[in-house]
Write a new protein. Structure first.
Length: 398
């Protein structure tokens, strides 16, 4: 390790089946009136009612914002912040996927530090005051947002998905209960599971990786590689759900401290312009980006190949690296990941957007962490490759 490093995680992490029960006691330590940030799906599943009951028993009042109808925008943040203030809340609780957690992170910071969320992009404004306490409860496995210092909010003025990173966005406590993910349908299990895998892979390949992030990334890759297909094909399998939740949490801790790279840099503009859910757009890009990066990270990719195929991989690094790429490709195929064209994105509209997407990706800073840093032209070429990428069966080749 050439330079000293830092590893930041939430103050408390409760995890495992039934850990949701800790909500009341934890909330009572941090505030008197909570704003719960959630969505209608969570409400219908009964998770919001269950959360409010746990708070009630612990003597904590609660109000609810259920306005998250898609990946979060600055508009949701303003609405929820107004409610937080008018209800005189002193604690934020997010129950949901990354969209709910990221909105709650923004409220926790803005409520005491002021300004609008876009002000914090790129560290232009730094949170000087300790944010309102935030307890994050993920229901997907997942973004790992419960353990990251990142919030991703779309700027509705310029259609840019802003990746905003500061220690103040880290939740105080994470409660990672896999029982809350069992209701996740197949398509969401696939998209969010590949999202978690791409966090772990990108954290491991990042130029900013260090030994603490490597430990989390390797463990996360093992948990996800071994369990994602079971969770997808047999959603009621609690062992697989539990390992996916743990893998997602560890992947979050890894990338929050090592940064993500090219996949995420390219993925956000697709989400902002074509509204492809984050996990799906990552999956659409991951194999092609690994192929692009392969020559610059053979040894690290080889480690990933050995995780996917411990049965057949020898000491040959080049072969093991190829197995990593082919295994990810094969996994996308088994999870029925479509390419951008199959998703229904119009070719002409995509062509028109490629220049802006490549420029926005570079501006986000994430591609600079990639083992091989692309030029604007290479990025545009990669978008073209991904548009009609073929997730062919690769198992015969390795
Ligand atoms: P999501 O929060 O957008 O949820 C997707 C859908 O799944 C929603 O309709 C939701 O109601 C539903 N859902 C969630 N949990 C469910 C469950 N248990 N059962 C049934 N339905 C369920 O999806 P996501 O992938 O978790 O989050 C995506 C957002 O997170 C994006 O905006 C992305 O940019 C962001 N993100 C943030 C970070 C971070 O560190 N802050 C990391 C990665 C992604």
């Amino acid at each position: 390790m050439k330079k000293p490093a830092v590893f930041r995680v939430p103050e408390s992490i409760f995890y495992g089946r039934g850990s949701f029960e800790n909500l009341g006691s934890q909330a009572a330590l941090k505030g008197k009136k909570a704003l719960i940030i959630s969505d209608n799906v969570m409400d219908q599943l009964g998770y919001v009612t269950e959360g409010r009951a746990l708070l009630h028993v612990a003597g904590v009042q609660s109000e609810v914002y259920l306005g998250i109808a898609s990946e979060p925008t600055d508009k949701y943040v303003s609405e929820a912040l107004d409610l937080f203030k008018s209800e005189q809340c002193d604690l934020v609780i997010s129950i949901g996927g990354g969209s709910c957690i990221d909105t709650a992170k923004a409220i926790a910071v803005l409520a005491v530090n002021g300004g609008s969320i876009g002000d914090y992009l790129g560290g232009k404004k730094l949170a000087q005051q300790t944010p309102v306490p935030h307890i994050a409860i993920p229901t997907t496995a997942g973004t790992g947002s419960e353990a990251t210092d990142v919030t991703v909010i779309t700027n509705t003025f310029n259609n840019v998905k802003m990746m905003i990173k500061q220690p103040a966005f880290l939740p105080d406590a994470a409660i990672v209960d896999p029982l809350l993910t069992v209701s996740s349908p197949k398509n969401i299990t696939a998209a969010t599971g590949i999202d978690a895998l791409s966090h772990a892979i990108e954290a491991y390949l990042s130029k900013k990786a260090h030994p603490m992030t490597d430990t989390m990334a390797i463990s996360a890759m093992k948990l996800i590689a071994e369990n994602i297909l079971t969770a997808y094909n047999d959603g009621g399998n609690l062992d697989a759900r539990e390992r996916m939740s743990l893998g997602s949490l560890q992947a979050g801790m890894a990338f929050s401290n090592a940064s993500v790279c090219l996949v995420h840099g390219m993925s956000r503009p697709i989400g902002a312009l074509f509204h492809v859910p984050h996990g799906i757009s990552n999956a659409m890009l991951l194999p092609a980006v690994l192929e692009f990066s392969q020559e610059a990270c053979v040894e690290r990719l080889a480690d990933i190949g050995r995780i996917f195929r411990p049965d057949i991989v020898s000491g040959d690094g080049v072969k093991a690296a190829e197995i990593a790429v082919q295994s990810v490709k094969e996994l996308c195929r088994k999870l029925n990941i479509p390419n951008l064209k199959e998703w229904g994105i119009d070719g002409e509209a995509f062509e028109k957007a490629v220049g802006k997407m490549a420029a926005d990706a570079i501006d986000s800073g994430s591609p600079a962490n990639n083992p091989k840093v692309p030029s604007q032209l290479e990025l545009e070429e990669l978008y073209h490759i991904c548009y009609d990428y073929h997730f062919s069966s690769a198992s015969e080749k390795v």
